[in-house]
Design a protein around this ligand. Structure first.
Ligand code: GUE
Length: 302
């Protein structure tokens, strides 16, 4: 049986429809829509595309949406001043500072300066700590991990008891938080990385395989256990001479066609985790708006 291709665009569209509905209810109750501010330092074209997409989805959901683009020469103090202004703005519920930041800016200091109640990336140490101590329902949870777990739940249901999840990659942005979310759903979780012994053999023990390493097509078909659910978080732009001189294409961290021979279900790139990241950013902004206004945390559905 060929693997089910998990349609991240379709699941993201369901999340966004739910967010839009609830945003309208929120706006009617509070006299203002949820507000999201996205901050971009520098002119990296890929980052500009992502930031523009985030603004477009925020507007489609009925949010107030602000984009702040600062020159690449911006100093840390200036960026901290903007974050302080956004923290103090009562109409802004979510602040996202696009990463990576230019050299010379201390990323940890900037993330620490964002009000944890507005930290829709879930990168502030307060939110990291709430997730790590099992209080995810009080936390803002990082978007890519939360979106990845919704895709897994759509295939396997809410309980992952008895399943072995292998997370390849130990970043603060994906690997560690996705491991926490899987653990919270009762999976048995192994976090693997570049120094893990015999990574292919370990991956072959995974009922759930999450790839978040940032190396194009590193995970091969024969690393995948028959019947596994494979979530490919990687987004790598590689040369595609077959499309013409200087052209590129997007690939994940998994050799998708090879892996699909063995997997029960697999997320494609593009069209898998990426659209979920943006949908969960809107969901987090809606959650932050509710919590800041003293309303119960909305239980989003997909
Ligand atoms: N503070 C911060 N938070 C982030 O969440 C954040 C960030 N910084 N820096 C950059 C990365 C990257 N990122 C993506 C989001 C959506 C897609 C996405 O929708 N991808 C489409 C394809 C897009 C394309 O064609 O290039 C897909 O996979 O189908 C990709 C990448 C969020 N990031």
């Amino acid at each position: 049986m060929p693997a089910l291709r998990i349609d991240g665009r379709a699941v993201a569209a369901r999340v966004l429809a739910d967010v839009k509905n609830r945003a309208a209810t929120f706006a009617a109750a509070k006299g203002r829509p949820p507000g999201l501010a996205v901050v971009l330092v520098g002119e990296d074209p890929a980052s500009q595309v992502y930031v523009r997409n985030k603004g477009r989805e925020a507007e489609a959901a009925g949010f107030r949406s602000e984009q702040h683009t600062l020159p690449v020469t911006t100093g840390e103090a200036e960026l901290l001043a903007l974050v302080g202004k956004l923290n103090a703005d009562p109409g802004i519920d979510g602040i996202l500072v696009q990463l990576p930041l230019p050299k010379g800016i201390d990323t940890d200091r900037v993330l620490l300066a964002i009000d944890p109640a507005k930290d829709v990336d879930g990168f502030h140490p307060i939110n990291v700590g709430l997730l790590g101590s099992g209080a995810a329902e009080k936390a803002l949870v990082p978007c890519t991990p939360a979106g990845s777990v919704i895709l897994i739940e759509n295939v396997l249901g809410p309980s992952l008891a008895g399943k072995h999840a292998v997370v390849v990659g130990r970043s603060n942005i994906v690997g560690k938080p996705v491991a926490q979310l899987l653990l919270q759903r009762d999976a048995t979780v192994t976090i693997a990385h570049s120094r893990t012994a015999d990574l292919p053999a370990l991956c072959r023990t995974a009922d759930i395989l999450v790839a978040a390493v940032g190396r194009p097509e590193m995970i091969r078909g024969d690393w995948v256990k028959p019947g596994a659910v494979v979530v490919d978080v990687g987004i790598n732009r590689i040369p595609a001479p077959e499309k013409g001189e200087g052209k590129t294409r997007l690939v994940g961290d998994v050799a998708t066609e090879e892996a699909a021979v063995h997997a029960a279900a697999i997320t494609p790139v593009p069209g898998g985790v990426g659209p979920m990241t943006i949908a969960l950013l809107m969901a987090n902004t809606l959650v932050a708006a509710h919590l800041r206004e003293g309303l119960p945390r909305p239980a989003l559905t997909a």
